[in-house]
Design a binder for this molecule. Structure first.
Ligand code: MF3
Ligand code: CO
Length: 255
């Protein structure tokens, strides 16, 4: 059966997701003005190592590009896949998206969160809240019998109430033994379209929402996606298990 994990695989993905969630929480709790994004990435590297896992980002290949960092750190106009650097110090008012993907005992856990550094602009707080809520709302549609398009449409419908841009160039995805498995989960789409959801599917759902246009540009590093208008962007992500009942969010830390 397509994209369906066995009970054993699910247990392994559950454990990988707990590691990913623990690392992400550590970074979210630590990030502050004056740190460089390199420092934050190094904390990610160490925490992943301490927990006996490895970064699924480090060494990840896309064409000729090899991802050089352990986490993805995307500040302000950076949307996703930002690379921590000693040249970037976290500033007052920054919008910091932190994306952690680990491999633990052969399985993947993937999650992301966006943190606001004081003093927080009201407009940024609203963007972050809407993005987080769009994820929570969409997760509610990750139910057996629904289709991928129901999740996608939920994000789009939720965000439509605001004047925000939905990023269309990147999508959520299935997770298993590799980071990006089928099905793709866009953050827009038609209700009732796409693959049928069945118990045992593990899905990384990840709205990327921009203050202004949804259009993106790529930086010369080949990885960092930025907003075309250089306005800020937010990103939240959970890995979710489709069950016979309510979806189980695997990347909520249990302890
Ligand atoms: N959560 C991101 C994704 O699903 C992680 C990408 S890691 C990178 O695309 F190495 F590709 F940057
Ligand atoms: Co992902």
């Amino acid at each position: 059966m397509k994209y369906i994990r066995s009970d054993e695989e699910i247990q392994s993905i559950r454990e990988a997701c707990q590691v990913a969630a623990t690392v992400l929480k550590r970074l979210v709790d630590t990030v502050e003005e004056g740190m460089t994004t390199y420092d934050l990435d190094q904390l990610g590297r160490k925490t992943i190592e301490e927990l006996g896992a490895e970064s699924a980002c480090y060494g990840y290949r896309a064409g000729n590009h090899v991802f050089p960092a352990y986490t993805c750190l995307s500040v302000n106009e950076e949307i996703v896949h930002g690379i921590g650097t000693m040249r970037r110090t976290i500033q007052p008012g920054d919008v910091v998206s932190i994306d952690v993907v680990v491999r633990y005992r052969g399985y993947i856990g993937d999650n992301a969160n966006t943190v606001l550094i004081e003093p927080v602009a009201d407009a940024n707080a609203a963007l972050i809240e809407a993005t987080r809520e769009s994820l929570d709302y969409a997760i509610g549609f990750a139910k057996a019998g629904n289709r991928v398009g129901d999740i996608s449409n939920a994000v789009e419908r939720f965000i439509k109430r605001h004047n925000y841009g939905i990023v269309r160039d990147f999508v959520g995805h299935g997770v298993g033994t590799t980071m990006h498995e089928a099905p793709q989960i866009p953050n827009y789409g038609r209700r009732g379209s796409g693959a049928l959801l069945k118990p045992g599917m593990c899905l990384a759902i990840e709205p990327m929402i921009n203050m202004g246009t949804g259009k993106i540009e790529m930086l010369d590093d080949g990885w960092t996606a930025v907003t075309k208008d250089r306005k800020p962007s937010a990103h939240f992500e959970h890995t979710v298990l489709v069950t016979n009942g309510e979806p189980e969010i695997l990347t909520i830390p249990q302890n």
